[in-house]
Design a protein around this ligand. Structure first.
Ligand SMILES: Nc1nc2c(c(=O)[nH]1)N[C@H]1C(S)=C(S)[C@@H](COP(=O)(O)OP(=O)(O)OC[C@H]3O[C@@H](n4cnc5c(=O)[nH]c(N)nc54)[C@H](O)[C@@H]3O)O[C@H]1N2
Ligand SMILES: Nc1nc2c(c(=O)[nH]1)N[C@H]1C(S)=C(S)[C@@H](COP(=O)(O)OP(=O)(O)OC[C@H]3O[C@@H](n4cnc5c(=O)[nH]c(N)nc54)[C@H](O)[C@@H]3O)O[C@H]1N2
Ligand code: SF4
Ligand SMILES: [Mo]
Length: 682
């Protein structure tokens, strides 16, 4: 028997990008554990990926091309050869180009695998070559990035690991223990040295339950809270005037704007106690170093960009950026540009014009997939949809509109997947995708400053191919011979990693990780140096406005629906179908406050119907005080058939586009709830 040990990095759309070690016996991976040397994940994976081999070797893996053999959505397929499948796909692509032009083709992708090649490999070059519509917008991260950039000039923030040096940590709209679990030990380390940990969230999450101080504003009202914190900081002169004068602009305007935002006024808007707001402002303004940690949940609101502008402004007012452990910690994806040149993998030339004879591409927002597939006014219509790295029927808002689009008889849909997901069930052709154990890649983390290497541990299972190999095959099937469309993975990796020194590149491969070429003591703004034209940060105190879809109005739908990530064994939509993941989490349950339940005659465990004008979902109710009256929470990530209604959480969510960044306002959704009607069996 031959045994080998192979180092890799988790590919999931997760901030932790853990290092792992696979044990392989005679070509079969038999063990997957955390790499104990990895400085961030320190030898631990998570309850999802501890059982990743179940996913890799699942009997339900798609291992051969599948061609639809039933009605759309039936999930009936026959196997086909790659040759047959590629001939079919290339034929339909050519037909679409001839009939309506390249822009009738749309590629939809998310970050199901966020490694560099899997995410940015050859897809953009291929789509550019055929002149396809270009995906814009974002389900994740662009709103926080845009809001932060308004203030700092770009999205750079703290090294999250520096939270260990903090004395006051505010986890603002992020469920660290669930979604970013390897950061929690750094928070605990700070706490063991006396730090106070505050959570601000409309939902009492497991992280909130572990905090020293839980602040629970009404959903979508945080901006009023931040304006009021600013009001107290200004009123009580907890401002670092030297920092503000030397490194920022806009203080006078900010002072005027926050003047009316007394704690009493914010308390009313946010449903909080005015004394608590005073205390929070004082603790934040007088404890050093103080850090605000944000991630993604709070950006999923119509005014998400404005909230991030305000949050990014707080540490400027107090000069928190001066100390290590102070400032504002968000996704560090932007820092990876110091090592990874993603643009080098894009279309050549990079102006998006090669397949379009000089014209800029039509852009379609990924959040509005349902509309793109169903809008009769869209010219040209979307005739061909290519999906990889994502499961939009579960992850995109207003999902029933997406479903109606996918059900169109005249749509040709190709899905590159590991499983027949809800989206793949609607495909005309499903092409088999490798898992991270089966491909070489490099992972640029958005949760820490280490670049991860991923060496393939096993051969691709069945006839599965990586994302880059998929696009090489599609290019060949189309008869394209342009070398940039057929570049090998090694060529692409060399192009992407040219900024790394040879020594760092050797370390990356040998150890499985290397730190980005950045100072250990990062403190990017201790001495100003923002990425704005004048090097100063732009202080912002945006106007507070409730969302268009917020309580009040005609009152038809009185409850705010949160659809947060709620399961330690799930990563987005990727695990609910696997026996040791989904069933181990039980069934999806609607969290509802006792007062709202009582008013509707609902008792714990009752089957309820949650509905609005976009759709409905049936599931069991869980009475809890984790949500306030007026707020309900349904977990995100379950597939459709795991709910009694055959619809999942995003059937209900708003597809409004955020104020900045082209993101999704998932959490600005109103619903009502009623006991489900039970029909006596005939
Ligand atoms: N209501 C609500 N909706 C949400 C959210 C929420 O909080 N609430 N969160 C949003 C956020 S932040 C995100 S990031 C999205 C995530 O939404 P998605 O990106 O759609 O979900 P994932 O589960 O990350 O990835 C989906 C698929 O990628 C596939 N995949 C993995 N690796 C590869 C590969 O190498 N190649 C190919 N071709 N496929 C691969 C997996 O098999 C999986 O089926 O959901 C968003 N939707
Ligand atoms: N176990 C697990 N881990 C994951 C994932 C997963 O599905 N499961 N998904 C991964 C992905 S793709 C991402 S993007 C990250 C996301 O990581 P997080 O951003 O930490 O997680 P979310 O659940 O999206 O949102 C966090 C919190 O935002 C709150 N929230 C909603 N609206 C508001 C608001 O207006 N104000 C405030 N203050 N809070 C609000 C929600 O109640 C929720 O508890 O997690 C990653 N890690
Ligand atoms: S999903 Fe996240 S926490 Fe789990 S192993 Fe992957 S990177 Fe680590
Ligand atoms: Mo995400």
């Amino acid at each position: 028997m031959t045994t080998s040990i192979v180092r890799g990095t988790c590919h999931h759309d997760c901030p932790d990008s853990c290092g792992w070690v696979a044990t392989v016996e005679d070509g079969v991976a038999v063990r997957l554990r955390g790499n104990p040397e990895h400085p961030f994940s320190r030898g631990e994976l998570c309850p999802k990926v501890n059982r990743f081999l179940d996913r890799v070797y699942s009997p339900d893996r798609v291992l051969r091309p599948l061609v639809r053999d039933g009605d759309k959505g039936d999930g009936q397929f026959r196997t086909a050869t790659w040759d047959e499948a590629l001939t079919l796909v290339a034929g339909r692509l050519r037909e679409a180009v001839d009939r309506h032009g390249g822009e009738s083709i749309l590629g939809w992708y998310s970050a199901g695998n966020q490694s560099v090649l899997a995410l940015s490999g050859l897809s953009a070059r291929f789509l550019d070559r055929i002149g396809a519509s270009v995906q814009s917008g974002s389900l994740c991260g662009a709103v926080a990035s845009a809001g932060t950039s308004e203030v700092y000039g770009d999205g750079r923030g703290m090294d999250p690991m520096d939270l260990r040096h903090s004395r006051f940590v505010v986890l603002w709209g992020t469920n660290t223990r669930m979604t970013n679990r390897h950061l929690w030990p750094f928070v605990e380390e700070a706490r063991s040295r006396g730090a106070t940990v505050v959570v601000v969230d409309p939902l009492r999450t497991i992280t909130a339950a572990s905090a020293d101080w839980f602040v629970q504003p009404l959903p979508g009202t945080d901006l009023a809270l931040v304006l009021s914190l600013m009001h107290v900081l200004v009123r009580d002169d907890l401002i670092d005037h030297d920092y503000v004068a030397r490194h920022t602009t806009g203080f006078d305007d900010l002072r005027t704007r926050v003047e009316p935002w007394t704690p009493a006024r914010a308390a009313q808007v946010c449903g909080l106690d005015a004394g608590d707001i005073e205390r929070l402002a004082h603790a934040y303004g007088t404890t050093r170093p103080a850090a605000i940690r944000v991630l993604i949940g709070a950006e999923h609101r119509e005014r998400g960009g404005a909230l991030f502008e305000a949050l990014a402004s707080l540490p400027l007012l107090t000069g928190a950026w001066r100390e290590r452990g102070g400032g504002y910690a968000r996704s560090v994806g932007v820092w990876s540009g110091s090592a990874v040149d993603e643009a080098a993998l894009g279309p050549v030339p990079a102006d998006g014009s090669s397949g379009r004879r000089g014209r800029p591409a039509r852009r379609l927002n990924m959040v509005r997939l349902g509309q793109s597939l169903t809008d009769p006014a869209l010219d040209p219509p979307v005739d061909v949809l290519l999906v990889w790295n994502g499961n939009p029927l579960v992850s995109v808002p207003n999902a029933e509109l997406v479903r109606r689009g996918l059900a169109r008889e005249d749509l040709f849909c190709v899905v590159h997947e590991q499983f027949v997901t809800d989206t793949a069930r609607y495909a005309d052709v499903v092409l088999p995708a490798t898992t991270q154990l089966e491909q070489r890649d490099v992972v640029a983390s958005w949760g820490h400053l280490y670049l991860g290497w991923n060496e393939p541990a096993i051969e691709p299972r069945g006839e599965a191919v990586s994302n880059t190999e998929l696009f090489r095959r599609l290019a060949s099937a189309m008869g394209f011979t342009d070398p940039e469309l057929l570049a090998t993975d090694d060529e692409l990796l060399d192009a992407a990693l040219h900024r790394l020194s040879p020594a760092a590149r050797r370390e990356l491969v040998a150890d499985g990780f290397t730190r980005l070429p950045l100072p250990q003591d990062l403190r990017p703004y201790a001495e100003g140096g923002f990425a704005t034209a004048d090097g100063r940060a732009r202080l912002r105190a945006p106007e507070y406005r409730p969302a268009r879809e917020a309580p009040g109005g005609d009152g038809r739908f009185p409850l705010v629906l949160l659809t947060a990530k709620s399961h330690t064994r799930f990563l987005n939509t990727s695990y609910s179908h696997l026996p040791k993941h989904g069933p181990a989490e039980g069934r999806p349950r609607l969290q509802i406050n006792e007062a709202d339940a009582r008013a509707r005659g609902i008792v714990d465990g009752d089957e309820v119907r949650v509905w609005n004008d976009r759709g409905h979902v049936r599931l069991a109710a869980q009475l809890t005080d984790a949500v306030r009256a007026g707020v309900v929470c349904m977990p995100f990530g379950w597939w459709r058939d795991q709910h009694l209604s055959g619809t999942s959480a995003n059937a209900l969510t708003s597809d409004a586009i955020t104020d900045l960044g082209g993101g999704s306002a998932f959490h600005d959704t109103l619903v009502d709830v009623e006991p489900a009607v039970r029909h006596a069996p005939a």
